[in-house]
Each structure stands twice: as structure tokens, then as C-alpha cells.
Design a protein around this ligand. Structure first.
Ligand code: C5P
Length: 220
């Protein structure tokens, strides 16, 4: 039996990068470490939630005490999120690749001696945050997205909240020099229908605890 503010709540958290195959041995990825999503899953667990933690290949290990579902690609992540529904809340902290290779090869690609490199054709991946936010049946009561921006953080993130249809956006500035992407700290602005709250720079674990508390208040 769980106790805590989020006892009996089921919360889906996506985390980490996705890997999009080029061929069986090569892939396209990004620099997400999975640190913020992992800290968030742990903080939600600490408040008593049952957490489904759906993670791409991250650098940091998943927390104990959550259900871990490991995926590689954006499409696998979407399918895993769908399989985990229904949920009271969903937090999409994964850095999902926007594109995958349309003409990925089933065999390892070889140099063919012509001196011509292969052409990779890209196609768009499903947007998991937009999809879950717009579900008719089984939309979680609270859907939280992240927005990693390099300029006009507030403007872009506010527009993103409306475009995706999520309830909250946690926006952060990942410009070069902030040390945020892959680093231990985060400085976020939380955008809700009531406005924007700028939080001071703090450890990703502290951002996670404060966000988990705010989610518990919203779900109470
Ligand atoms: O559009 P952008 O990638 O900046 O949006 C970021 C937010 O959308 C994050 O919450 C991320 O987890 C989510 N996202 C997603 N599926 C995608 C792209 C982004 O869930 N294909």
C-alpha cells in the first residue's frame, strides 16, 4: 500500500534521448542524458505515485521503485506510452528525435567504391506530447511538456504550450554556456494557464521535487 500525496496516482514519465537507426549498427541521437526525467520519476515515486518510466538509451540509470520500459526509437516510445495508459498525469521529459531515417537499411551499409556517400532521407517522427495532449479518451488529467530553447524562451515555450495542447510547459534555456544540457543544474520557467513562474537555478533533483509537489497540488 502506497502513502503520500500521490498515492493511487499513475504517472507516465518519458525520459532520455531516442536512437533512430540508419542501419543495424548506426543511429542518429542527441545529447540528452536523461538526468531531469530520471530525477522527476524519483520525485514522483517519493510522493507515492506509481510511475511508468519510459526511457530511451540514457546515460543515467533509471530510479528504483518505478516500472522501467526501455525503448530505442520515437515510434517505440509512442507505443509504450499508449500501452501504459490510462494515467492520471504524463510528463514528457524525453528528447525525442524529431526525424528518423525513412530509408534505413536492414543491412549494414558499405562503401561501394564509387566514392558517393549514401543519401539519408528523413521523415517526421510522431509528436508524443501533442498526441497524448489531444487524445479524446484516456487523456491524462495533467499533461506536462518540456521545452528546451535557445532564444526567446518564454515566447517560444508559451506558443508551444498552445500548439501541443498540453497543460504545462517546463521551459529551459539550453544555449551554449548555460551548461544545462547534460549538466547537473537547471533553470526553468513553468508555464501554466495561469501564467509563467520563473524558478531560480537549482539542482535537477530540486527542480524535480518542486515540480512533483506542484503536480501533486494540481491532482489533489
Ligand atoms: O517540439 P519540441 O521537441 O521542442 O517539444 C518538446 C516537448 O515535446 C518535450 O516535452 C518532448 O518530450 C515532447 N516531444 C515528444 N515527441 C516528439 C517531440 C517532442 O513527446 N516527437
Amino acid at each position: 500500500v502506497r502513502s503520500g500525496l500521490l498515492a493511487d496516482r499513475h504517472i507516465i514519465v518519458t525520459s532520455g534521448p531516442t536512437h533512430e537507426p540508419i542501419d543495424p549498427v548506426r543511429y542518429i541521437a542527441n545529447r540528452s542524458s536523461g538526468a531531469q526525467g530520471t530525477a522527476l520519476a524519483a520525485a514522483l515515486r517519493d510522493l507515492g505515485a506509481r510511475v511508468s518510466f519510459i526511457t530511451g538509451p540514457a546515460e543515467v540509470p533509471p530510479p528504483d521503485g518505478v516500472a522501467v520500459i526501455r525503448v530505442q526509437t520515437a515510434r517505440q516510445m509512442r507505443d509504450a506510452v499508449e500501452a501504459a495508459l490510462p494515467a492520471d498525469a504524463a510528463v514528457m521529459a524525453a528528447a525525442v528525435a524529431d526525424w528518423r531515417v525513412r530509408n534505413a537499411s536492414a543491412r549494414k551499409m558499405k562503401k561501394d567504391g564509387s566514392g558517393k556517400p549514401p543519401l539519408l532521407e528523413m521523415t517526421e517522427n510522431p509528436d508524443i506530447l501533442a498526441w497524448i495532449s489531444q487524445l479524446e479518451a484516456h487523456r491524462p488529467r495533467l499533461v506536462v511538456g518540456f521545452a528546451a530553447e535557445t532564444d526567446d524562451v518564454l515566447g517560444h515555450a508559451t506558443a508551444k504550450r498552445l500548439r501541443k495542447g498540453c497543460d504545462w510547459i517546463v521551459a529551459n534555456d539550453v544555449s551554449e554556456g548555460t551548461g544545462i544540457m547534460g549538466g547537473p543544474e537547471n533553470a526553468v520557467t513553468v508555464i501554466t494557464p495561469d501564467g509563467a513562474e520563473e524558478w531560480p537555478r537549482m539542482a535537477k533533483e530540486a527542480v524535480a521535487r518542486r515540480l512533483a509537489q506542484k503536480m501533486a497540488d494540481a491532482l489533489a
